[in-house]
Design a protein around this ligand. Structure first.
Ligand code: ARG
Length: 467
């Protein structure tokens, strides 16, 4: 601490009343959270200012003491932000570091701040405020990513590419349609973020250690001052609950899973073998030995971030599993996972947004690939159903024979001679060639949510009004 006095091996000045001596060095090391929870300093100070203001309003502390406390806390805020604040591991965590400094700055009134409060509701408040702000940032970041996809989808509503199942060419789709699939995924992630903000929008402060308090506090006032919709309703649950952190981590894990699938596609698409896209120099790297290489490192790292984010979710679920009510020190292990996930997710979304905006779409390569691999076989089968009245199963069989013939001849379906097709089924006419091109194929998929350019444009318009 800046006052220096707390570095001697005496009992803790915050809770040391019944302790004759200080902690063993190992105890101090395992107990301290200041190394990571200092990240909560701004939330801690905001919470304390709201609490002190409420205590004064309720006549629990004097207005003069409140003024000194608020002034002292603001001084501490600037000390921390300017880097002059000295954090002490002996003072365990951010709450006691700030309170000890307040005592050094303003003397006895500092001791009144903790009236009707415990570190249990204090940490629940600080962490909740932090996670709420992070969720708000995530919502914005996802909105930016969705906007980048909407622009690319609009630009490429007519660009034909192969659609895949089992990573085998299945049917032609448009690149715009494929982009819009990601819009749906990230749109769901964002909806989950919004729900989570709604769930967690309750103020924990005033639950005290676990039972509430006999002081005439006004929890609605602190809730309002801190931007929460209302106070939490059960003081025991309030200090036991880390659902907001678990929800953040599970939302992040699902979003990271989506990002990893996109990352994987970018890696595949940018290979010379596929050549569907070219990544910008800004989002790729070279090789130190192979001069020809351009590696999709950013996409690979996004793909990998999913591992640590999923790990964080499992870690916190495991910490919380089987914990008796109410607070246990286990819960101090909730923060690092969340901080790490927040940083990883922010980076991953930002990198992906950049890649999506910057990548060059190689429409010629996409179209060539879309036309190979008998991707319009379903169109031939559908034509036989529609124009020749065949049951779909028979049409499927006839088409299978046409594909086998094309394979034998080493050509595409559209290159088969009419006579050859008629030998398989005499009902086939030269009108069939109209549906065998990839453009005709995608244009025909006009069902709601289908790949026809007109349909994709409708979906883009729908999302534009919601983004
Ligand atoms: N550093 C603690 C945490 O992060 C603060 C709460 C401590 N409460 C207690 N009763 N020891 O959870």
């Amino acid at each position: 601490m800046a006052d220096g006095s707390s570095e001697t091996k005496s009992s803790n000045q915050m809770w040391g009343g019944r302790f004759a001596s200080g902690p063993d060095a190992i105890m101090e090391e395992i107990n301290a959270s200041i190394g990571f929870d200092k990240k909560l300093y701004a939330q801690d100070i905001r919470g304390s200012i709201a609490h002190a203001t409420m205590l004064a309003q309720q006549g629990i502390i004097s207005a003069e003491d409140k003024d000194k406390i608020v002034h002292g806390l603001n001084t501490i805020l600037s000390e921390i932000e300017s880097g002059s604040f000295e954090f002490s591991r002996r003072l365990e965590d951010i709450h006691m570091n700030i309170e000890a400094r307040l005592a050094a700055l303003i003397g006895p009134p500092a001791g009144r701040l903790h009236t009707a409060r415990s570190r249990n509701d204090q940490v629940a408040l600080d962490f909740r405020l932090w996670v709420k702000e992070e969720l708000q940032k995530t919502e914005k970041a996802l909105t930016t990513l969705i906007a980048a996809f909407l622009d690319r989808a609009e630009e490429h509503a007519e660009t034909v590419m192969p659609g895949f199942t089992h990573l085998q060419t299945a049917q032609p789709v448009t690149f715009g349609h494929h982009c819009m699939a990601y819009v749906e995924m990230f749109g769901r992630d964002r909806a989950r973020v919004r729900h989570a903000i709604e769930h967690m929008d309750e103020s924990p402060i005033g639950a005290a250690a676990l039972a509430g308090t006999g002081f005439p506090i006004d929890r609605h006032m602190t809730a309002r001052a801190l931007g929460f919709r209302e106070p939490t309703r059960n003081s025991i649950d309030t200090v036991s609950d880390r659902d907001f952190a678990l929800e953040f981590l599970s939302i992040a894990a699902i979003a990271a899973t989506h990002l990893s699938r996109l990352a994987e596609e970018i890696v595949i698409w940018s290979t010379p073998q596929f050549g569907f896209i070219r990544l910008s120099d800004a989002f790729s790297t070279g090789s130190s030995i192979m001069p020809q290489k351009k590696n999709p490192d950013a996409a690979e790292l996004v793909r990998a971030k999913t591992g640590r984010i999923n790990g964080s979710l499992i870690a916190l679920l495991t910490v919380m599993k089987g914990l008796p009510l109410a607070y246990s020190k286990d819960m101090q292990e909730d923060k690092e996972q969340v901080f790490d996930t927040a940083e990883s997710l922010e980076l991953a979304v930002a990198a992906m947004t950049g890649m999506v905006r910057d990548m060059t779409i190689r429409a010629d390569r996409m179209k060539a690939a879309a036309g190979s691999g008998y991707s319009t076989a379903t169109d031939l089968a559908d034509w036989l159903v529609r124009e020749a009245g065949l049951p779909f199963r028979d049409a499927h069989h006839v088409t299978g024979r046409a594909v086998a013939l094309a394979e034998e001849k080493g050509c595409e379906l559209a290159d088969l001679a009419l006579a050859d097709l008629q030998a398989i089924n005499p009902a086939i006419t030269d009108k069939v060639y109209d549906v065998l091109t990839v453009e005709a194929s995608v244009a025909s998929r006009t069902s709601f949510g289908g790949t026809a350019p007109a349909e994709v444009r409708k979906q883009i318009a729908w999302w534009r009004t919601r983004n």
